[in-house]
Design a protein around this ligand. Structure first.
Ligand SMILES: Nc1ncnc2c1ncn2[C@@H]1O[C@H](COP(=O)(O)OP(=O)(O)OP(=O)(O)O)[C@@H](O)[C@H]1O
Length: 332
C-alpha cells in the first residue's frame, strides 16, 4: 500500500501540495481527482521520489521509494508518456528499463504483447502517436510485474477501444490484489473504473471516500414522478407529508422518499404513473459540486468580444480575473 503523510510541496510562493494525508489500498482501483493545477502530478512525482517534498513523507509498503531495491519490481508508473528516448525502438526502450532493474529480458516481449505493440516493437518511438506512446508507457509500468501501479492520465490520447482496454486492465490488476492509483479528467471513465476516490483542490484533500459515498454526499438524489393525474398525485403526497417540486415536462421531483414508498402510495390511491425513476447525479456533477470553490482556471462560455469588452489587453474586471487564463482552460 501507499501511505502519504502530511505531504506538502512549495514552488516559490505557490503551495502546490498542502499537508496531504491519505492511503492507497490494495485490491481496488483508487481514482485521484482534482481540477487543473490541483497538485495531482506533483503528488505522484513525490510518491516516486522525482520531486522532494517540502514537508511530509510517502511510504511504499512501509519504505521510502529510494530505499526500494529494483524499484520497478515494486512500483510501476506512467507519469509522462512523452518522456521517451525517441531514437530508441519500443523494444529497446523496455529492454533498457529491464536491464537496469534486474528484470529478465523475456518480460519485454510479454508486456509488448499485453499492450498490443508487438507489431511495432522495432519501430522508433518518436514516430508513435499519442495513444501508442501511452501504451508504451503502460508497458514500462507493467514490466517489473509490480504490486503497486500508478497512472497519471492513462487514457489521454487513447481511442474508445484503448480506453475500454485500459479500464479492464486496471480492474484486472486490482482484482489480482494489486494497488492501482490513477488520475484522470474523464469523469465518465473514472466512474466506471474506480472503487475509491481521493479528491484534491488547490493542493488540499477534499475527499477520501468510496465512489458511491462520494456521489451520495456531494450531489442531490431524488425521485422523478410523471402522472396524467398530477394534481391528485401532488395532493396525496402532500397528505403523506412528502414535498414534491414541479419540474419541467410535467414531472414532479421528490426528495427524501424512496421510489418503493412513492410507488406504493400511488398504487393505494389508484393513481396512474407514467414514470417513477430514482435520479442519482453523475460523478461529474458531484465532482463539480465539491470542487467549485477550488477551481483556479475558469474558462468562459461566451468568447470575449473586442466591441463589447473593455478592449484587448485592458485589465478585466469580472470575478477571478487575476488568476484567469482565459478560454484555453489553463493548465501548466
Ligand atoms: N516544477 C514546477 N515549478 C513551479 N510550479 C510548479 C511546478 N510543477 C507544478 N507547479 C505548479 O504546482 C501546481 C500543481 O501542479 P500539478 O501539475 O501538480 O497539478 P495537476 O493537478 O496535475 O494539474 P493538471 O490536472 O492540470 O495536470 C500548479 O499551480 C503548477 O503550476
Amino acid at each position: 500500500m501507499i501511505e502519504v503523510t502530511g505531504l506538502s510541496k512549495r514552488y516559490g510562493p505557490k503551495l502546490a501540495v498542502d499537508d496531504l494525508t491519505f492511503q492507497v489500498r490494495p485490491g481496488i482501483v483508487t481514482g485521484f481527482l482534482g481540477p487543473n493545477g490541483a497538485g495531482k502530478s506533483t503528488t505522484m512525482r513525490m510518491m516516486l521520489d522525482l520531486d522532494r517534498p517540502t514537508a511530509g513523507a510517502v511510504r511504499i509498503d512501509g519504505r521510502r521509494y529510494t530505499d526500494l531495491k529494483d524499484p520497478l519490481t515494486h512500483v510501476g508508473a506512467l507519469l509522462d508518456a512523452k518522456a521517451l528516448h525517441g531514437g530508441r525502438s519500443a523494444y529497446h526502450h523496455l529492454l533498457c528499463l529491464a536491464q537496469s532493474n534486474g528484470i529478465p529480458a523475456s518480460r519485454v516481449g510479454e508486456v509488448l504483447d499485453t499492450v498490443g505493440l508487438t507489431a511495432v516493437a522495432k519501430k522508433r518511438s518518436k514516430g508513435f502517436s499519442l495513444g501508442m506512446g501511452q501504451r508504451l508507457g503502460i508497458a514500462g509500468a507493467l514490466l517489473g510485474d509490480p504490486q503497486i501501479l500508478m497512472f497519471d492520465e492513462p487514457v489521454n490520447g487513447l481511442d474508445p477501444e484503448g480506453i475500454h482496454w485500459i479500464r479492464n486492465l486496471m480492474k484486472s490488476l486490482a482484482s489480482q490484489g494489486r494497488t492501482v492509483f490513477v488520475s484522470s479528467h474523464l469523469m465518465s471513465e473514472m466512474a466506471l473504473t474506480a472503487d475509491h476516490l481521493v479528491v484534491i483542490g488547490q493542493g488540499r484533500l477534499l475527499a477520501d471516500t468510496s465512489m458511491a459515498d462520494f456521489i451520495r454526499t456531494n450531489s442531490r438524489s431524488y425521485v422523478r414522478l410523471r402522472s396524467p393525474q398530477q394534481e391528485r398525485l401532488r395532493d396525496v403526497l402532500h397528505q403523506a407529508g412528502i414535498t414534491a417540486v414541479t419540474a419541467g415536462n410535467g414531472t414532479l421531483e421528490v426528495d427524501g422518499a424512496g421510489s418503493e414508498q412513492l410507488g406504493e402510495l400511488a398504487a393505494r390511491h389508484q393513481l396512474v404513473l407514467h414514470e417513477l425513476s430514482p435520479q442519482q447525479a453523475s460523478l461529474e456533477e458531484a465532482f463539480m459540486q465539491l470542487t467549485a470553490g477550488s477551481v483556479e482556471y475558469h474558462a468562459h462560455t461566451e468568447p470575449a468580444s473586442p466591441a463589447s469588452g473593455p478592449g484587448w489587453g485592458a485589465p478585466r474586471t469580472d470575478s477571478g480575473a487575476s488568476e484567469d487564463r482565459g478560454s484555453t482552460g489553463g493548465g501548466n
